[in-house]
Ligand binder design. Structure first.
Ligand SMILES: [Zn+2]
Length: 223
């Protein structure tokens, strides 16, 4: 009866044949386009940052394509308040990173911050929600309020790469450098496109003494 009253259905296809701990059925889960970048040094995400930002490792879990299940999941995560889905997707990232010894020295997670009024409007930061899932699998702490986003920036989607970079530069401020000194931190975001935002945030993080920085995102959008 409980099942009829509160059906737990797959976010992809609507099938009700799934475990209460899953947000996607096995068929939808296996259809997500994995990059396997976490296993490979010099992967496209790491190359993207060459000459821009010193990183230990970087990865994106899935390819993002338009009109796809991943686009639907991203929409749910960012605009529909589906935090359970975000934690679930975070766990998928965590499980992948756990199989890679390249990320095993990471000792703390940092969600890419949103500007505070945007986070208030949305009610949450989607990167923090992903971090919750990753933290559960990797058993690492989430460091919040270490770095803040200083200025509101308009939606980046219609801007070119140079313009985006200029728009983002210096828009983050490291508030608590002491708390990341000597640590290997993993910066988390939902999607990476040009890397401009992560670069701007990462530049501040690496100002802390003896810090190692790695990056992981849910998706890689090449457009
Ligand atoms: Zn499904």
């Amino acid at each position: 009866m409980l099942h009829l009253a509160f059906p737990h259905i797959c976010e992809g296809c609507g099938s009700d044949l799934l475990d209460i701990n899953n947000e996607l059925c096995l068929k939808c889960l296996s259809s997500l386009p994995e990059t396997n970048f976490h296993l490979h040094p010099h992967n496209p995400i790491e190359k993207m940052f060459w000459g821009r930002l010193p990183l230990t490792c970087a990865s994106a879990q899935y390819y993002f394509t338009k009109e796809s299940l991943m686009q639907h999941l991203m929409h749910q995560l960012k605009y529909r308040g589906n935090k359970d889905l975000g934690v679930f997707l975070g766990k998928l990232i965590g499980h992948a990173l756990k199989t890679s010894n390249r990320f095993s020295a990471v000792d703390a997670l940092i969600p890419l911050p949103l500007f505070h009024t945007r986070e208030k409007k949305r009610g949450y930061n989607q990167a923090s929600v992903l971090c919750e899932g990753i933290a559960e699998i990797l058993q690492k702490p989430i460091l919040k309020n270490i770095i803040v986003r200083k200025t509101y920036t308009d939606s980046q989607t219609k801007k070119g790469r140079v313009e985006r970079w200029q728009n983002m530069e210096g828009r983050f401020e490291l508030m608590a450098p002491k708390s990341i000194e000597g640590r290997h931190v993993l910066l988390i975001d939902d999607v990476i496109t040009t890397g401009a935002t992560l670069e701007a945030c990462g530049r501040e993080i690496v100002q802390a003494s003896n810090v190692q920085l790695s990056i992981a995102t849910l998706c890689f959008s090449s457009h």
